[in-house]
Structures are given as C-alpha cells and as structure tokens.
Write a protein that binds this ligand. Structure first.
Ligand code: AN7
Length: 415
C-alpha cells in the first residue's frame, strides 16, 4: 500500500491499493474515497502563486507521471450585480463551468480520471451518460489515444452533447432505457469486458471535480463563500466539492465550510425529497422526468456522499419545477449574458425559491455553480424562447416591424 495514496471505503474504512481497479468497497459494497497520507506537503509549496487551473492544486491530487489535459478549469467567477438586484440579494457570484473545453465541469474530472486510466494501462474507457460525461470522456480518451465506449439513454440526451461524443469518435450505444438502466449496464459491461469505468462512481474523477471549490476560494482572494449552490444528478459534484473543502480545512487552509445546497428537478429528486423528509437514506425514483435531461436521474450512485455533504455542511436540498428552470435560464441570460443549459439554471431557480422562503439572507455571499454551457441543448432553448420574426428582405417591411418594437424597447428584458 502506497502510504501517500489509497482508496478507502466511506462506510467500513477498509483500505485498498490505489492501483486497484475497483469502484466500490470489496468488503461492504459502499462507495470509495481517494485518501492522501501527506496533504501537509501543500503547506510548503509555491503552488498558491500560480494562476488557477485544475492542476494548480496538484498537491491535493494523485501524483501522475503523464497528465492528459485539454486546459480544463480556470473558469470565470462572475459577480452578478444585475441578477443580485433582481433577486434582492447583495452578493451573488456565478462560477461558470460551461467555459471548460467540452463545455461542462466534467472535464475537471476527466483530466484526472483519464490520466489515471492511462497510468493503469487501460485500453478502453467507458461510461453511461446523460450527455456531458460522454462528451467529456470522448474528448479526453481521444487525446489519450484510448478507445471510448459510451452508453446513453436513447433519445434523451441533448443534441450538442451527442454531436460532441460522435465527433470525438466515441463508440456510442444508445440504450433503449433511461440513464439509471444505462449505468447499471455499463457497470456490468466494464466488469465483463475489462473496460475502465469513468462515471462518478470512479473516485478519481471526483478528485478533479473538487477543484471547483478550490478555484472559487482562490478567486475570492482566499475568502470562503457562505453558500455554494449546485444541481444534483448522480450526486458526484456536490460530494467532490465538499470532500475537497474538508481537506483544505483539515490542513488549515480554510477555517470553515460553506453551506452546500443541492437542487434537483421536481420529477427527479430522490435526494431533495429525502432531505425534505429529514431522512438520511434515499428512496430512488423509478421513472425520473425533467426537461433538464442532464439531471434526469432517479438512482444517484453517490447519494450517500451527497447526504454527508448536505448535512455535514449544514446545507440543504430543494426542488424546482421545469417551468422555474426555464424561467431562470432566461433570466440569467438576459440579466448577465450567461447562457447555461437547463440543469445549470436549476441553481438560479433554486436560489430564487430559497430567497423567497427566507432560507438565504440578503447579505449572504452565494456562489451558483453553472455546470454546463447553454449551447449543449439548443432545442430546449429555442422552444422556450418562441418564434423568430419572419420578414421579407425589404426595408419597408423591416420598418413596419421595427417601428412596433421601438415603441416598446427592451422587449426581451421584460422577462
Ligand atoms: C450540466 O453527463 O450525469 O450530480 O452523465 O451534465 O455530479 O451528477 C451529468 C450531470 C449537473 C449533475 N449539471 O452532476 C452525465 C451526468 C450538468 C450535468 C449534473 C450533470 P452530478
């Protein structure tokens, strides 16, 4: 066992060799965490002075000989003054993960996950995906020159994501079932056909994703925000950010943990429903539904880690409707110029709801993590915005129409 790095069960704390290709505890079946023996190494390095990026935080990541990178991370943290005004709070930031190379936060996980896959000499990597994971894995596998197989729920992934996975050359299986079924099948297939699984069940992927929290604090000049809000699907991201922040607190880089708030779509909300009932176990949703297809997940594999993040940080979980998601998507685009996909807009919808309920106070410093780019799902965006105006290529026709619009300026901003 490497004293610097090992896998550890979150339930029975059994330790496993870091090179072992397992995704759950061989003793009790619960989830695994990546553990480090000497995080204190971070206290005397000069890493703090480097510009933000996933690999800036390498003292908190597995040490690897070869890193597969597409320059992920270093996403902007926007001070949203217009949206703050509209929602009635003073200090709202958006961490826009759609600015990653394949347009979602998954790239942070894949740079670590695919690098580990390569170091373990895997020839094929695989995942099930609601879209973004497949796009990201396909890109990193291409860069690493490893074959990539992705299982997607047939007809239920956004067009942009499908286009990416196809263009990056993944072998795509459109499963006639939902994401949860695809995930069960890919797990079985990985075992049977010796492929390396890169869903968020893989603890190394979460190591990369924890750098979202690190970048936020770094970009705030080493101040800790009060609250971080993010969407929950398979529940990897909320767990990853929380784990990373615990590690920083453990060695004294920060002295407190923000409230971790998870938002789910009403029709796919096993974790938020458990929280609302005050429970620490989750009842899965058999037929999850939401137009935010990225988070159309009924059996989140990381539920146990997410429950720990929510309760451990004195955070909470809540639900929003599809209508609220679409409205929030437009509001963010039309107040801040930030176009995110529906799953990501759930954070803004959730924020609005929580301010109205008095769960978030005016002076709280809140960071919403917008996880994926708006162009991932152009169909939903176009449907939600309505028709474009058809007009003859004639200046008089244009004048007729424009004169109406000029009478009521800023039509779009009335939303
Ligand atoms: C934009 O791509 O599960 O709670 O297979 O694409 O960490 O699962 C995507 C999830 C939020 C939820 N926002 O994150 C997949 C997949 C966007 C996403 C989530 C996803 P987790």
């Amino acid at each position: 066992m490497d004293p610097d790095l090992w896998l550890e069960c979150i339930n029975c704390h059994e330790k496993f060799d870091a090179k072992k290709m397992i995704y759950t505890c061989e003793k009790c079946g619960h989830l695994l965490d990546v553990k480090y023996g000497n995080l204190e190494r971070a206290l005397d390095g000069d890493w703090k002075n480097k510009p933000v990026s996933v690999w800036k935080y390498s003292p908190f990541l597995p040490q690897l000989k070869e890193v597969i990178s597409l320059n992920e991370g270093k996403t902007n943290l926007y001070h949203c003054f217009n949206l703050s005004d509209k929602l009635g709070i003073n200090n709202l930031l958006v961490k826009n993960e759609g600015e990653n190379p394949t347009g979602s936060f998954k790239d942070r996980g894949m740079t670590v996950g695919v690098s580990v896959a390569k170091s373990l000499e895997n020839k094929i990597v695989a995942c099930a995906s609601t879209g973004n994971t497949s796009a990201s894995l396909a890109a990193y596998a291409a860069k690493a020159r490893i074959n990539c197989v992705v299982f997607i729920p047939s007809g239920k992934i956004a067009l942009g994501k499908l286009a990416q996975a196809m263009m990056y050359g993944a072998f795509i299986l459109a499963i006639k079932g939902n994401f949860d079924e695809a995930l069960e099948l890919v797990q079985e297939s990985c075992e049977k056909f010796h492929m390396y699984l890169l869903n968020s069940l893989n603890p190394y992927r979460l190591e990369g994703q924890k750098t979202i929290g690190y970048e936020i604090i770094d970009q705030l000049g080493w101040q800790v925000p009060d609250t971080i809000i993010l969407p929950i699907g398979n529940a990897g991201n909320i767990s990853a950010i929380y784990k990373g922040l615990l590690e920083w607190r453990e060695i004294g880089l920060i002295d407190r943990i923000p409230r971790m708030i998870g938002i789910q779509a009403e029709g796919s909300a096993p974790i938020a429903n458990a929280y609302k009932r005050g429970e620490k176990t989750v009842t899965f949703v058999e037929k999850p539904e939401t137009l935010a297809t990225a988070i159309r997940i009924g059996k989140p594999v990381n539920w146990e880690k997410a429950i720990r993040a929510i309760y451990g940080s004195e955070g909470l979980a809540d639900t929003v409707s599809d209508a609220e998601i679409l409205e929030a998507q437009k509001t963010l685009a039309r107040t801040e110029g930030i176009f995110v996909e529906p799953a990501s807009a759930s954070t803004i919808a959730g924020l609005k709801k929580l301010i109205e309920k008095g769960e978030i106070e005016r002076d709280e410093r809140v960071v919403c993590v917008t996880t994926g780019h708006g162009l991932k799902d152009p169909d939903t965006a176009i449907k939600s915005c309505g028709e474009t105006i058809q007009v003859e290529a004639d200046i008089n026709e244009i004048e007729k129409i424009l004169s109406k619009i000029i009478e009521k300026p800023m039509v779009a901003h009335a939303v």
